[in-house]
Design a protein around this ligand. Sequence first.
Ligand code: SF4
Ligand code: SF4
Length: 241
Amino acid sequence: MKVYDEVVNMVKPKFAYVHLAACSGCEISFIDNFERLLDMMDMVDFEYITLLKDVQEMPAVDIVFIDGAPCLQSEESVKMLKEARSKAGFLVAWGGCSATSCINNFSRGGQMAQPQHESFPQVCRIVKVDAFVPGSPPGPEMAYNIIKAFVEGDTEYLRYLTTYEVGGFACGCDLMKNIIENALCIGCGACAMSCPTRAITMVLGRPCINWERCVKCGACYAQCPRSFLPVPVMDRMMEGL
Ligand code: SF4
Ligand code: SF4
């Protein structure tokens, strides 16, 4: 792929982190790499990330993480996203709000301090996304792994994040069809924990969905560790633990 060929010739890739409408949990998860942040800074130059660096305008970078969903009623929000796309070589939709829009799909507006803000589409509806990382938030190690894979040109690792399917819509039905019926469930309970309507209860170690409560936000599917990472990639992530 072109982007990886370019990485090989880079002295040190430049990194940016852009925060759109979201709760900041994904940004905190990123920061929760603690001392591993130093390793990440060895791999890429942190050029723009509001929690760590006082820079007002995003420069041109090689890789950008977009956290949160753009708001269609906010010109600034959409402009920021388009600008990030135009300035970045590789764009990662980081977290559920960015990758699938998640529960934001059901926003009806009317909330203070911006009651007119009511439409929050997933990032790929507005700009091209190169990698999707669902999860609310994704674990800190995902940020580290992605940056490492990008710098090393590890296409095998990134391949599973670059398919459009993980950035589409998902719901409790997907959890049943793709995970439970394929015997992929490990009974971790992440789906039940992530459900905003408490539609999922764990029964004998497996999720049981109350369909009357399901609002099809996709949070459970995005949060499930088996929903987008195939077994060989998961095995690699577990190495050394
Ligand atoms: S089961 Fe819960 S988390 Fe999953 S799609 Fe339905 S409402 Fe969302
Ligand atoms: S998150 Fe996935 S693996 Fe974990 S209990 Fe739910 S369906 Fe099973």
